[in-house]
Design a protein around this ligand. Structure first.
Ligand code: 1GP
Length: 229
C-alpha cells in the first residue's frame, strides 16, 4: 500500500479523511479492543505520537493497535525516539512555524540511523503551529511560538514555503486540547494557495467544528483529546 498516494487521491477526489490520534503515554494496551471499538466509524487513519513519550511505549502501542485493525497506523512523533518500524508510515515533520533548529532539522538528522534501512513510508510534512488559546505541549517542548490566528498571510506563506521545499503534506496544528481550533479563514486561505493535501488538528471537539474545517478545505482532520475523553 502506498499511504501518501491514498491521502493524495482522497484529497483530489474530495473524500474527507479522519485521523484519530493516540498518545502512547495515555494508552492502555489491555484496552486496545475497547479503544478501537469506540473509534468513530468515519475513521480512516490512526496517528500515534505525543510530545514526550517513554522509550518503547510507541512501539508497544503500534503493535497492539496493528494486531486489532487494518486501518493505516501513521507515526506522528514528538521526537526521533518515537520512530518505530512497526508502523505503516511516518509523518516526517519539520516545525516550520518555529525558529528552533532542533525541530527544523536536528531531530530529522538524528532519525536517519533509524530510517536509512527502514521500510516505513516517509512522508515529508510541513508542521505549522498556530495559536489555539492556551500554551500547548508543542510550544512548551519546542520552545517556539505559534503563529497568531490574525496573521493569515504569514500562515499561508509558511505553508507555501513548505510546499516549495518539497513537503508532501501541510499540517496546521492548534495544539492538543486547544481552546479553539484553526480558523476557517486560515484553512480556506491555505487550501487555496497549496496543491498538496491539508491536515488540520487541535481543539476540534464537535461534529460541527469538524464540518466547518472540512468545508473550509481541510482534507484530513485529526482528533485526539475528544476521543480520549
Ligand atoms: C493533533 O494535536 C492534535 O493535531 C490533536 O488535538 O487533542 O485537541 O484533538 P486534540
Amino acid at each position: 500500500r502506498k499511504f501518501y498516494a491514498e491521502i493524495f487521491q482522497a484529497a483530489t477526489n474530495g473524500r474527507k479523511l479522519l485521523a484519530i490520534l493516540i498518545d502512547p503515554d495515555k494508552f492502555i494496551e489491555a484496552e486496545t479492543k475497547l479503544y478501537l471499538k469506540k473509534l468513530p466509524k468515519q475513521t480512516t487513519h490512526i496517528f500515534v505520537g505525543g510530545s514526550t513519550v517513554e522509550n518503547f511505549k510507541t512501539e508497544k502501542t503500534v503493535k497492539a493497535i496493528k494486531a486489532e485493525t487494518d486501518l493505516p497506523v501513521i507515526l506522528f512523533p514528538g521526537d526521533y525516539s518515537q520512530i518505530t518500524e512497526t508502523a505503516d508510515a511516518l509523518l516526517f515533520l519539520s516545525l516550520l512555524s518555529g525558529r528552533n533548529p532542533e525541530y527544523l532539522i536536528e531531530q530529522q538528522v538524528k532519525s536517519v540511523e533509524k530510517l536509512k534501512n527502514s521500510k516505513l513510508e516517509i512522508i515529508p510534512t510541513a508542521y505549522i503551529l498556530i495559536e489555539g488559546g492556551k500554551e500547548c505541549a508543542v510550544q512548551r517542548v519546542s520552545g517556539t511560538k505559534p503563529i497568531p490566528q490574525s496573521e493569515v498571510t504569514s500562515v499561508v506563506n509558511t505553508a507555501l514555503a513548505g510546499q516549495f521545499l518539497g513537503k508532501k503534506l501541510i499540517y496546521l496544528e492548534a495544539g492538543s486540547g486547544a481552546d479553539f481550533p484553526v480558523s476557517e479563514e486560515i484553512i480556506a486561505e491555505v487550501k487555496k494557495a497549496i496543491n498538496i493535501p491539508l491536515i488540520v488538528g487541535g481543539g476540534i471537539r464537535s461534529l460541527e467544528q469538524q464540518e466547518k474545517a472540512y468545508k473550509a478545505g481541510a482534507d484530513m482532520i485529526v482528533m485526539g483529546t475528544q476521543f480520549e475523553n
